[in-house]
Design a protein around this ligand. Structure first.
Ligand SMILES: Cc1cc2nc3c(=O)[nH]c(=O)nc-3n(C[C@H](O)[C@H](O)[C@H](O)COP(=O)(O)OP(=O)(O)OC[C@H]3O[C@@H](n4cnc5c(N)ncnc54)[C@H](O)[C@@H]3O)c2cc1C
Length: 681
């Protein structure tokens, strides 16, 4: 579809805006690309944009710039990403991302991101999991913060730029970006044809509920880590926005693929990540050979240590992909009972050592200070002198809202196609962790920041084309459409405030999270998954009998949490039921009873549609093998087949790869450079 020059104003004279929900990397990039295309934006965020969860990202962002002359390239990046994701990702979007990555890092560098540099002044790159190349650009161990702040600055600039009409005349009082912080997205406004015409949101301070027109809507609302209770995610990451539009008819894809990161530390509120960059810089994972060992880690002699990842994966060593590393840690700690002895406990704890003490302190300070401070602060031990104690934690969702793409003849994407990043609800788009597109069954470290920014760069032009080709602007729809949508949400909220049952919503969330954490993460068994799904049904019923913990008319987090809980419950079902259905092992989804990948039956995308429980019944899921949707009036037929046209699927064999580079564990104090090898070897 060729982009028309759309008018700035609707028929009735209103400035035609697009709505972006989410001020993380994906949302901010989408906003910037829309502004570059001359499209005014309303930006909504639950928290201040600069507190979006992207700010927590530590280790870096991937781009095959190949400054170290290892032979890395976008083609190898593409291959390693789809190989690491066990071939479940559609390959054209991944190719687009890998091709664009070097340009994205250079762009961020020009925006002022303080990336670490080599002594010669070049951008420095570190190793991350699932590759033998130095592909990860980084700003110490606070990369997410630096990227978020750089993009935030660009968006702030647009908050001061006047909207101009198509003749270049300033529209008085209208700026390119209007920002709505502390607003909770509730739902999209759907017209009679099921097309998104705007959103309903709630001001979480005044609790006012309002409908906002928007010619298109893009969600960049992040992941659903809170479904598992404690995770490495921020506590606002409930997935509520994705859950809400899923309930409105949006398809949710590959929900069962949840990444567990191998190295995190406990905390009462959340689990704090110790980034893969620690291993990228030479950190080594080990447990004492003697499971009864009681000496502190630093006193255990070298020959009495079991570097189990290095032993089993001589090429990748400590930097095998996360699904594999987490499973190995789980095996060591839970099945073999060889976890690190914890003096505060009478039994072995599920922890292993992550050791940096052999590396020069100065270099550690320069490259990893951000995460080492976190460890010292929350554990109370000096990680420069003591091996850190870590264990796996829920970290990332590969699954998310289903989004489309249009394949170009070169195997990449048709930029500007309104299909790119479109959900099956016309006019609703998604980018970033809330969608499923780039990582297949397992995400490689440092590919998420990239997919968020690239996703925004693709979604922005797609939204602009969609908006510019609309026959009728949302701003020309009768006000009654928006009033009705707002009233529906207001009524729901009023009903929540009246809830006076015995169930405590926070307790219910704990019950849900515990089930999900115990039975739906590293190892999955069908009998347990059946019980989890039954438990979710039970929790859904009990959630109808909660008592609201707060009836205040201002900043009422208790009532808000009840709404989020409802959306977490439906997402939990998508995750657990999807896991139950997939009788194979692929990437992060591992069933001991079905140890192999089964391409014949399962090299396909899980496409889930919500069916709300009627008359007090529990909700269910309809799984589709194909469906139809339309974009700007053009009908499109979708199937669950994965586009594997660029890299042919083959078995993952990280044990055998790159054995020549066994000694390579990172940059600091490293004599042997890793041999540059692609996973094809
Ligand atoms: C500790 C940690 C470290 C990580 N390190 C790395 C790394 O080094 N490299 C890498 O590639 N990846 C990393 N990741 C993953 C990466 O940080 C995330 O996947 C990514 O930042 C997600 O960005 P996003 O833009 O999709 O969403 P987010 O940054 O999560 O932003 C979501 C936005 O949506 C808004 N929002 C959410 N719900 C609502 C609602 N209901 N209404 C209104 N607004 C809403 C929020 O306010 C926020 O602005 C890390 C993850 C964690 C947990």
């Amino acid at each position: 579809m060729a982009a028309k020059q759309a008018s700035t104003r609707s028929e009735n004279g209103k400035v035609r805006r697009v709505i972006v929900v989410g001020g993380g990397l994906a949302g901010l990039t989408t906003v910037i690309k829309l502004c570059e295309a001359g499209v005014p934006v309303d930006l909504f965020s639950l928290v201040p944009v600069k507190r979006s969860h992207s700010v927590c990202a530590q280790g870096g962002i991937n781009a095959s710039v190949n400054t170290k002359g290892e032979g890395d390239s976008p083609q190898v990046h593409l291959e390693e990403t789809v190989y690491g994701g066990d071939f479940l990702a559609n390959q054209p979007p991944v190719k687009g991302m890998a091709d664009a990555a070097p340009g994205i890092v250079f762009l961020l560098d020009r925006m002022g991101v303080p990336f670490n540099r080599t002594p010669e002044g070049l951008l420095d790159f570190r190793r991350f999991g699932g590759t033998l190349f130095h592909r990860t650009a980084f700003a110490g161990a606070t990369t997410g913060q630096q990227l978020l702040y750089a993009l935030d600055e660009q968006v702030r600039r647009y908050e001061t730029v006047d909207v101009e009409d198509e003749r270049g005349i300033v529209v008085p009082g209208e700026r390119m970006v209007r920002k709505f912080e502390f607003w909770d997205f509730l739902s999209v406004v759907l017209d009679d044809s099921g097309i998104s015409r705007g959103i309903v949101a709630q001001d979480v301070k005044t609790m006012e509920i309002r409908a906002f027109p928007g010619d298109a809507v893009c969600l960049g609302t992040g992941g659903p880590g809170m479904v598992f209770g404690r995770s490495t995610n921020s506590v606002i990451n409930t997935g509520t926005a994705a859950g809400s539009v899923y309930r409105q008819g949006a398809c949710y894809a590959n929900g069962e693929f949840i990444q567990v990161h191998p190295t995190a530390i406990p905390g009462a509120d959340k689990l704090r990540l110790i980034s893969e960059s620690a291993r990228g810089e030479g950190g080594r994972v080990w447990v004492p050979r003697d499971p009864k060992e009681k000496r502190p880690g630093r006193d255990v002699p070298e020959k009495e240590r079991d570097y189990f990842l290095e032993a089993k994966y001589p090429g990748y060593g400590n930097l095998v992909p996360r699904d594999i590393a987490s499973r190995e840690l789980f095996l060591k700690c839970f099945h073999e009972k060889k976890g690190v002895y914890n003096t505060k406990s009478t039994k072995n704890e599920n922890e292993v050592y992550l050791d940096l003490t052999h590396l020069p302190k100065e270099a550690l300070r320069k490259k990893l200070a951000g995460i080492l401070e976190i460890y010292e602060k929350f554990v109370g031990e000096d990680p420069y002198e003591n091996p850190m104690r870590v264990f796996p934690a829920v970290h990332y969702s590969m699954g998310g809202l289903w989004v489309d793409f249009e394949r170009a003849s070169n195997g990449s994407l048709v930029m500007g196609s309104p299909r790119n990043h479109a959900t099956n609800i016309p006019g609703l788009y998604a980018a970033g962790e809330c969608e499923y597109q780039y990582h297949g069954a397992n995400r490689l470290g440092a590919n998420s920041l990239l997919s968020c920014i690239w996703g925004g760069m693709v979604a922005g032009p797609a939204l602009a084309t969609y908006r510019n080709n609309l026959d009728k602007s949302s701003y020309d729809f009768p006000q009654a459409l928006f009033d009705k949508a707002a009233k529906r949400e207001q009524d729901r909220y009023t009903d929540i405030l009246k809830m006076d049952g015995d169930e405590n919503p926070y307790r219910l969330h704990q019950d849900l999270a515990e089930e999900m954490l115990l039975h739906c993460t590293i190892e999955r068994h069908n009998d347990q998954l059946d019980r989890v799904v039954a438990k979710i049904d039970e929790i859904e019923q009990r959630a109808r009998k909660v008592g609201v913990t707060d009836k205040a008319g201002f900043a009422n987090q208790g009532a808000q949490f009840i709404r989020h809980l409802g959306n977490m419950i439906v997402l939990a079902r998508v995750i657990a039921q999807g896991a139950r259905n997939r009788d194979e092992s692929r990437g992060a989804h591992y069933k001991p009873a079905f140890k192999d990948r089964n391409d014949a039956d399962f090299l396909r995308t899980t496409l889930a549609f919500h069916k709300e429980g009627q008359g007090g019944g529990t909700s269910t899921i309809h799984y589709a093998r194909d469906f139809d949707y339309s974009i700007a009036g053009v009908p499109i037929h979708i199937t669950d087949a994965v586009d594997i046209g660029l890299v042919k699927p083959r078995a993952r064999k990280y044990e055998q790869a790159g054995a020549a580079s066994a000694a390579a564990t990172g940059d600091i104090k490293k004599e042997d450079k890793p041999a540059a090898k692609s996973p094809a070897e």
